[in-house]
Write a protein that binds this ligand. Structure first.
Ligand code: PLP
Length: 286
């Protein structure tokens, strides 16, 4: 479809969270393929607490005017009116995001009702295919946003890729039961088996903070990377933004990765996920 094609144009790129027009210009200058316009990066949402909602459309419009690359914005899970508003102001993609406080515990947005492409998060193959059945044009693994800790992103990417490898080696007769087991539509499971990958672009997200983290996601098989708090919560956002874009472009070249990793200053302060008090956004309302 047209929406899936629009998402495919982002392949090989880095999508950066930005909270104002100046940051958006830094991201564009660094080579980001798109920006995510929002009021608070996930690290600040964690620090400040409260209900996190769609950002002020005025702020999103200002960011849209500041750059030529595509602009994404977040709607709460299940909040189809926030998505309608984002479509009305002419942004390029909606992220139905667990980083905002979910609006509906049972239902995600019916994304077939929109012309604008949606990206949705997942922790595993079943969740990815359920979102695609609802009309998602792009998938990102959830990881743990705002932690600067890549462990959950690695878990989710390995889970999706591992399930796809298992599926590829299956006999066609076994696909019916596998689809039931992962609670995903049979036709999309079969299509994934035949393609050897998800039928839409798959980015990584949630805890990517360094060029090495970004290249790790690419070497694990992702099509691109979201960087939320990692750039603008670091000591030198301009250099780090460029370095992460270079790392995603040259993800399999350790010499380039070594070069771009040098002298970046402080990375964002991370959060240790062994602490029980840290809320897991990826597991919200389950
Ligand atoms: N992710 C989040 C953040 C949720 O709040 C929910 C459920 O409401 C889900 C995922 C569940 O989605 P699924 O339909 O994949 O079980």
């Amino acid at each position: 479809s047209v929406k899936v094609g629009l998402a495919q144009m982002l392949r090989g790129g880095v999508i950066m969270d930005v909270v104002n027009a100046e940051q958006a210009r830094v991201a564009e200058e660094a080579g980001a393929c798109a920006v995510m316009a929002l009021e608070r990066v996930p690290a600040d949402i964690r620090a400040q607490g409260g209900v996190a909602r769609m950002s002020d459309p005025q702020l999103i419009k200002e960011i849209k005017q500041a750059v030529t690359i595509p602009v994404m914005a977040k709607a709460r899970i299940g909040h189809f009116v926030e998505a309608q508003i984002l479509e009305a102001i002419g942004i390029d993609y909606v992220d139905e995001s667990e980083v905002l406080t979910p609006a509906d515990e049972d239902n995600h947005i019916n994304k077939h009702n929109f012309r604008i492409p949606f990206v949705c998060g997942c922790r595993n193959l079943g969740e990815a295919l359920r979102r695609i059945r609802e009309g998602a044009a792009m998938i990102r693994t959830k990881g743990e946003a705002g932690t600067g800790n890549v462990i959950e992103a690695v878990r989710h990417v390995r889970s999706v890729m591992g399930d796809i490898r298992v599926l590829r080696n299956m006999d066609d007769d076994e696909v019916f039961t596998f689809a039931k087991k992962i609670a995903a539509p049979y036709d999309l499971v079969m299509q994934t088996k035949q393609l050897g990958r998800l039928p839409v672009v798959q980015f990584a997200a949630g805890g990517v903070a360094t060029p090495a983290d970004a290249a790790l996601m690419m070497q694990l098989g992702c099509d691109g990377v979201f960087v939320g708090s990692g750039v603008f919560k670091s000591g030198d956002p301009v250099r780090r933004a460029r370095a992460i874009v270079q790392a995603v472009t040259h993800y399999s070249d350790p010499d380039v990765l070594a070069e771009v990793s040098c002298g970046l200053g402080e990375a964002m302060v991370g959060i240790n996920l062994n602490d029980d008090k840290v809320e897991r956004y990826a597991n919200r309302s389950e």
